[in-house]
Ligand binder design. Sequence first.
Ligand code: LLP
Length: 422
Amino acid sequence: MYHGGGLACEGVPLEEIAREVGTPAYVYSAGAMRARLREFHEAFADRPALFCYAVKANHNLAVIRNLARVGAGADTVSGGEIERALAAGVPPERIVFAGVAKTDDEIRFALSTGVLQLNVESVPELMRIDAVARELQLRAPVAFRINPDVDAGTLSKISTGRKGDKFGVPFDEAADLYALAAGLEGINPVGLHLHIGSQITRLDPFAAAYRRGIELLRTIRAAGIPLRRLDLGGGFGVRYKNEEPVPASAFAALVQGLTAGLDVELVFEPGRALVAEAGALVASVIYRKESGGRRFLILDAGMNVLIRPALYDAWHDVLPLAEPRPEAHLEPMDVVGPICESSDIFGRDRYLPLLDAGDRVAFLSAGAYGSVMASDYNSRVSAAEVLVDGDRWAVVKPGLAPSRQFADETIPDWLAAGPEGD
Ligand code: LLP
């Protein structure tokens, strides 16, 4: 919040970072990320669990490292994410490999790396994992991702646990699939996995899904397959606007109740909950303009940098970096990006002081699914990423100029020479 007249991240004024690094820039608080993980660890002190940070939320190596140093594992969905987790120092035995469809190369890489488990989403995938594992002469530790057919009550575009969603295997077929898996030479069924969606702010969808998962785990154990691990996914909501997310202690109480007397290793895969509120996107005003009876604030960051508003109509609070004077007159403004797309809008009718070219703003709760979903669309300088830790800070990814973005593109010989227009 505001300190000494300006927004700050931990001890560092955002204006100082923007001045030195340029904008757009994502700024993350390392301390806030660790504090969120600590909250989970403390809540689950009586029922220890492995928290595998879903690196898809923010895969910057420094962000992963910051969490890994205080005990996080990694939930990964591609060979590339496994590489990132390893590069950031996550031990393989704390890495879960999930993802909708894994290629042979990714399966081979995961198995030879020795990850904790592979979460399987289909029978064809199970068969490929079996084949690759036999080729490597080992048994792949797997969990089926089961679809519990529970509506998470979140945005449709980020719901994953309803019947007919593309994720996981149907609940009703799971027992048969475990029996099939147990008979495969290259497969060792070790766990059960579920994840019903993201940005869930109520407890009851979790309760319903967890209950179904535990029921199935008991059924499968009773059938003689000794599953030892229950991976209950992520999806814990955060505050963007006026949501009231469920506290970690409430999850802990729920899980403790549901798993009482059950000897099972617990895994969770929180992404957003660990990093979203710890990050802000800082942008500068290019112009303010009035058109068609509306006032637009046009920034140097757009949907190329933070796509969530354009893609999901997601809300991010926007604040001026300089604290408005108490008497400042606030005006409704459409806060937009510079991208040539009508959907490049961060928010309509946001009440802000009359900012001008060069003034800066920050979008809050932008630490998750921000930089990772950015693109080079319209060839603008990409957003830098900065990690703040107390009064220290470092650029953990530079903003790339367009010439760096196209540095690896080539023009084939037959186009490089010769006259134009022949
Ligand atoms: N585990 C699995 C299997 C997942 O698919 C996901 C997210 C997570 C864990 C982490 O979920 P979280 O704790 O972050 O909610 N781009 C969207 C969110 C997509 C989430 C995809 N899966 C957004 O910007 O809201």
